[in-house]
Design a protein around this ligand. Structure first.
Ligand SMILES: Nc1ncnc2c1ncn2[C@@H]1O[C@H](COP(=O)(O)OP(=O)(O)OP(=O)(O)O)[C@@H](O)[C@H]1O
Ligand SMILES: [Mg+2]
Length: 284
């Protein structure tokens, strides 16, 4: 039996200022070491859910919460944000919201969270060096965080979450400020971390990337879980357009070839198998 590290049951949440529920019945489980993706239209509740996983909902973003979120066997209702941050770390959608605005340089910014956890100074230095190298920000450790580019802030935000060594990483559209190359670099790091056993829960709008990375995908619509399945099953389901989700282009290519009688198999969702389908079709 696979170990469940995140269990969310019938989660509902209405922001104090909100007219309707941002989450209106979300249920899912994530297994240890899994790469779990969350997709859905703008405003479907993805960020609210990420915030609920790390306790920011309802401790920081207040409102009316129902249902339960259990992280590594502990209900978030019975745990502080600081305690949760050692189990589960969130990289925010807006990296500027993740800065402390008190650190005078990037090294201090990275170490900021460690101070609250009583990590000794030499261990702090080691972790800062490791994370700075991993995120490729070792050349800007002396810089003021407020003078960085958006992409650099995003790397620092990622680093300041990962430095606490959580076993579960929640990534909420964490590369929006990066160019395509920088973005891929971050995803390569995420994939490597996942291979070492870290559980990844990722919100992303790039469906080709989601199709490539995810073990399973959950579709959210208007705050509700509408389905959870493998990438193949999700993207070959014609109903997903109802939730404003566009399958990777590879699905349309296979579909077009099938309609014209050049192909008769399943729809492919990633590049390499689609190339094979097209090659086969060219021979016909
Ligand atoms: N602080 C807040 N106060 C009140 N309502 C909020 C707040 N934050 C989000 N909402 C509302 O909650 C709903 C869900 O928002 P959320 O940001 O979770 O969606 P999302 O799926 O992350 O969207 P996006 O794809 O644009 O990032 C939306 O209707 C939004 O307007
Ligand atoms: Mg969001």
């Amino acid at each position: 039996m696979r170990e469940v590290v995140v269990k969310v049951e019938d989660l509902k949440f209405r922001y104090r200022e909100g007219k309707k529920r941002a989450l209106d019945g979300v249920s899912f489980e994530v297994f240890k070491g899994e790469f779990f993706c969350i997709i859905g239209a703008n405003g479907s509740g993805k960020s609210t859910l990420c915030n609920a996983l790390v306790g920011l909902v309802p401790y920081y973003f207040t409102g009316n919460k129902k249902g339960s979120v259990v992280i590594d066997g502990v209900d978030t209702d019975n745990s502080s944000i600081a305690e949760l941050s050692q189990k589960i770390g969130l990289v925010f959608q807006n990296p500027f919201n993740q800065l402390s605005y008190t650190a005078s340089n990037v090294a201090e910014e990275l170490a900021y969270g460690l101070g609250n956890h009583g990590v000794p100074r030499d261990e702090m230095i080691k972790r800062v060096e490791y994370v700075a190298k991993l995120m490729r920000i070792d050349h800007i450790l002396h810089k003021n965080p407020l003078e960085l580019s958006g992409g650099q802030v995003q790397r620092v935000a990622f680093g300041s979450t990962f430095i606490l060594e959580p076993n579960i990483l929640v990534l909420d559209e964490c590369t929006t400020q990066l160019d395509p190359l920088g973005s891929e670099e971050i995803f390569d790091i995420v994939k490597e971390l996942n291979k070492t056993g870290i559980t990844v829960i990722m919100v992303d709008h790039d469906m080709e990337r989601v199709a490539r990375c995810a073990d399973r995908i959950m579709v959210l619509d208007k705050g509700k879980t509408v389905c959870i399945d493998t990438p193949d099953a999700i993207f070959s389901n014609p109903d997903i357009v109802n939730y404003n989700i566009e399958a990777p282009d590879y699905v349309s290519i296979c579909k077009a070839l099938k309609e014209r009688g050049y192909y008769s198999g399943d729809y492919k969702i990633t590049e390499e198998p689609t190339v094979e389908v097209v090659k086969e079709a060219l021979v016909k």
